[in-house]
Design a protein around this ligand. Structure first.
Ligand code: NAD
Ligand code: G6P
Ligand code: MN
Length: 447
């Protein structure tokens, strides 16, 4: 453990250096050097060409703002993972080309096509598992004392797989969705950001509920938040949302409909896919899905801004900014580095945190973060409605990992058909059979 002001500086590796989220993290790290000092920053990716575009812009940023930080972008795992204190993982196995398939095959069959939900999420899970486990193995070989904070999706399935395959590894799976929503909650009640809130939350990843939200004086903010969310969902509008894309606007607004189903809690936005799949499919264009939007907006903007920085030879006026995604992962590193015991969410084995849910379920609950990792907090009993939903969805996630481990067609078919958004086993099979062909370079051969 380090002590503030003791002069210790950290070495951070971003695995998935070519990710669209990398520049935001670099900006956050640079803005926070007084709180979390760096000696080294490294990028690792299997696509050296994609990573290089972000690395070239990062080099200029570092030269201008913190030339003392050593920087390396590499496709060599040994160079990448040696002498590292924190690994921030955000890989996308199969990249957007495969996300496209994950979204479009289910939609062809009238089923929600989504990155982490339903058949698309399961398909992505079977690609991600070996990719993320590979990163854990590199970390343990070259920097056994390091911690990995993993954003790589689908985080629920990845976390279930790492719980089984590497139970003693220092990997912590995380998500930025509740974080973004809590920033919105703070805005709704007139506070600065999520750090001015206390909360209780439980569920699975992309599948959870807030039971309580307070300000730091302990005042209950739920009545005001419920009143707002019942009308507007988590949509703020105005300046706050001027950069928010139309599909996210719809998602934030739809939290009002999800809230209506259980007005005792506040929902994660992802629950809309499970509660209102028919409506979601009706509003989807099977030929132009979220992947197309991301390629047209986020990916395009990130890479054109990198190109501009390189061309102009300066990043002084860059439009890259810290966001909830980047500040959360850096805050987590800081909490671990300095043993702060800050209360933050993580996706971890239940082990009693939700008392009436399988202890081996992989859940998302608040934890106290310190130098020995996350210490889960007990959230008590899930209500009947939530307990039923969690148990079903957790079985889907467990069956997906069973299928990957056992190379089992039947387990994967069960996972697809148990999923709440898939109407029956025949549709599940039709989607699965198409996905097997599309994923032949990534999935184990199923028997
Ligand atoms: P992206 O495609 O822009 O970047 C991912 C990078 O990972 C690519 O450069 C790719 O070459 C690389 N990669 C793929 N397989 C790899 C491997 N085995 N080893 C090393 N690198 C590999 O994707 P993006 O949209 O920026 O998202 C990155 C990841 O972060 C995705 O998994 C996404 O779902 C996830 N994400 C998660 C959260 C969360 O809440 N958990 C939030 C945002 C993004
Ligand atoms: C949220 C979720 C992430 C997910 C992302 C998708 O941040 O928490 O898990 O990857 O949204 O965003 P995109 O813009 O790529 O559809
Ligand atoms: Mn997430």
């Amino acid at each position: 453990m380090a002590k503030r002001g003791d002069g210790k500086k950290f070495s951070v590796l971003i695995a998935g250096g070519g990710s669209t989220y990398t520049p935001g993290i670099v900006l956050t790290l640079l803005n926070g050097l007084d709180k979390f000092p760096l000696r080294k920053l490294k990028f690792y990716d299997i696509d050296g060409e994609r990573q290089e575009k972000i690395a070239e812009a990062t080099e200029i940023l570092l030269k201008e703002r913190a030339p003392e930080i050593e920087f390396l972008a590499t496709t060599d795992p040994e160079k990448a993972f040696t002498d590292v204190d924190f690994v921030m993982a955000q890989i996308r196995v199969g990249k957007y080309a495969m996300r496209d398939v994950d979204e479009k095959i289910p939609l062809k069959h009238g089923v929600v096509g989504q990155e982490t939900t339903g058949p698309g999420g399961i398909a992505y899970g079977l690609r991600s598992i070996p990719g993320v486990i590979g990163l854990v193995k590199y970390m343990e070989k070259y920097s056994p004392d390091a911690w990995m904070l993993n954003y790589s999706n689908p985080a629920a399935i990845v976390a279930e797989a790492t719980r089984r395959e590497c139970p003693n590894s220092k990997i912590i799976n995380i998500c930025d969705m509740p974080i973004g929503i809590m920033d919105r909650m703070a805005e709704i009640v007139g506070l600065k950001d999520r750090n001015e809130l206390d909360f209780r939350y439980y569920g699975l990843n992309h599948f959870g509920w807030w039971t309580d939200v307070w300000d730091k004086e302990g005042n209950n903010l739920m009545p005001e938040l419920k009143e707002y969310v019942s009308k507007n969902g988590y949509w703020i509008g105005g300046d706050y949302d001027k950069g928010t894309e139309a599909s996210w606007e719809a998602t934030f607004k739809m939290a009002a409909d999800t809230f209506a189903l259980d007005p005792t809690t506040l929902p994660n936005t992802y629950l809309k896919y499970y509660m209102y799949p028919t409506q979601v499919v009706e509003h989807s264009d099977p030929h132009h899905t979220r992947t197309d939007e991301v390629r047209e907006h986020r990916e395009k903007n990130v890479f054109s801004e990198c190109k501009r920085i390189v061309k102009e030879g300066t990043a002084k006026d860059t439009n890259f900014v810290p966001d909830d995604h980047s500040t959360y992962i850096v805050d987590l590193c800081e909490a671990i580095a300095y043993n702060t015991h800050q209360r933050m969410l993580a996706i971890i084995p239940n082990e009693g945190a939700i008392s009436n849910i399988d202890p081996t379920a992989t859940v998302e609950v608040p934890c106290l973060f310190g130098s020995n990792g996350p210490e889960r907090l007990a959230m008590g009993e899930a209500a009947q409605y939530q307990a039923g939903m969690i148990t079903e969805q957790n079985s889907v996630e467990k069956l997906a990992v069973d299928a990957w481990q056992q190379h089992s067609y039947t387990k994967l078919w069960q996972a697809f058909s148990l999923c709440k958004i898939v109407p029956d086993a025949k549709v599940a099979k039709d989607i699965l059979d198409e996905m097997i062909i599309a994923n032949k370079d990534y999935w184990p051969e199923l028997k």
